[in-house]
Design a protein around this ligand. Structure first.
Ligand code: ASP
Length: 324
């Protein structure tokens, strides 16, 4: 993300207008968004929070890559704030017929869609669209190639903060296909901004990240160094759809034995360490099914937090929109 893309995220009054990346968002803004998200959470079994802050607005979900949690949670978040929500089915959309992405965007603008939530397999698409939309439209990045997934980063940060808010004295271990993971990228950016004590990125050598993209992180190829006394362990899926050549990537059994997050490997971490996964999970590959279903796992909490975080982002963007 270039510097001018960071500026692009804010309106002339310094308010968040587009959410494209967490890179260069300051800790006070991240904290405000997490606090707002907390305010949308309700007790288990209670009715979800609703408001009318987006009443009259239209949110368009444009997912040009598969999604379950992110799309469903943006849909629910928009509806719970009173917006009309349009879910564009990519299989039937004109983009498949060769229409350019901007033509699709201009069509939705003409239908008075105010907030467009975009997932795309190519780098730079959300920022490109943000540069071309009319002043009243906001763009939210819902997953950009291997580059950015800002609302996932926020929900991960919120889930970690609920476990332990003392970021400076914590160790977070992220294990898996770091090289191709936008989740690792956004979580790392958010954690570094919050002053995380230690951020460890663990992967087989073939899936190791470019160190320049993760300043301040410790990159290791084994869980013994990576998980030791960690407060948080986050497992990631191998992003097969982004890998041209699978040579050098261990087979399933070897991968699970060396990089799997399991009751056994979690013995290296702190006794109260939590286990995270953004989903979709591959049980028996990057995570042991029984661990994912155990009390140590906060995976469903991440999902709940995902709706709250998306409500917080939509609410804030909607409020700024109504002042324009
Ligand atoms: N759902 C996350 C993403 O969209 C993680 C994954 O797909 O592995 O990046």
């Amino acid at each position: 993300m270039e510097q001018d893309d960071t500026k692009l995220q804010f309106d002339p009054n310094g308010n968040l207008r587009h959410l494209l990346s967490l890179k260069n968002l300051d800790s006070s803004l991240l904290t405000e968004l997490l606090d707002e998200a907390e305010g949308f959470l309700t007790a288990p079994g209670a009715l979800p929070t609703r408001s009318r802050s987006l009443a009259g607005r239209t949110v368009g979900n444009l997912f040009f890559e598969p999604s379950t949690r992110t799309r469903a949670s943006f849909d629910l978040a928009g509806r719970r704030l009173g917006a009309d929500v349009l879910n564009l089915d990519v299989n039937t959309s004109s983009r498949k017929k060769g229409e350019s992405i901007l033509d699709t965007i201009y069509t939705l603008e003409a239908m008075q869609v105010d907030i467009m939530v975009i997932r795309d397999a190519s780098d730079g698409v959300p920022a490109y669209i943000a540069r071309h939309v009319e002043d009243h439209v906001s763009i939210l990045n819902a997953g950009e190639s291997d580059v950015s997934h800002p609302t996932q980063g926020l929900l991960d940060l919120l889930t970690i903060r609920q476990h332990n808010a003392d970021f400076k004295n914590m160790a977070v271990a992220i294990v898996g296909d770091i090289q191709h993971s936008r989740v690792a990228m956004s979580a790392s950016q958010a954690l570094q901004t919050m002053g995380i004590g230690e951020l460890r990125l663990i992967s087989p050598p073939a899936l190791a990240p470019d160190a320049d993209k993760f300043p301040g992180a410790t990159i290791v190829d084994n869980i013994t160094d990576g998980f030791r006394d960690a407060d948080v362990v986050m497992a990631l899926r191998i992003q097969r759809e982004r890998i041209g050549n699978l040579d050098g990537i261990p087979g399933i059994d070897e991968y699970f034995a060396n990089y799997g997050v399991s009751h056994e490997s979690m013995k290296l971490a702190k006794p109260d360490a939590i286990v995270m996964h953004p989903g979709p999970m591959n049980r028996g590959i990057e995570i042991e099914g029984a661990l994912a279903d155990s009390p140590r796992s906060v995976i469903t909490k991440q999902v709940t937090n995902g709706v709250a975080v998306r409500m917080a982002v939509l609410d804030r963007i909607g409020k700024v929109m109504s002042t324009r």
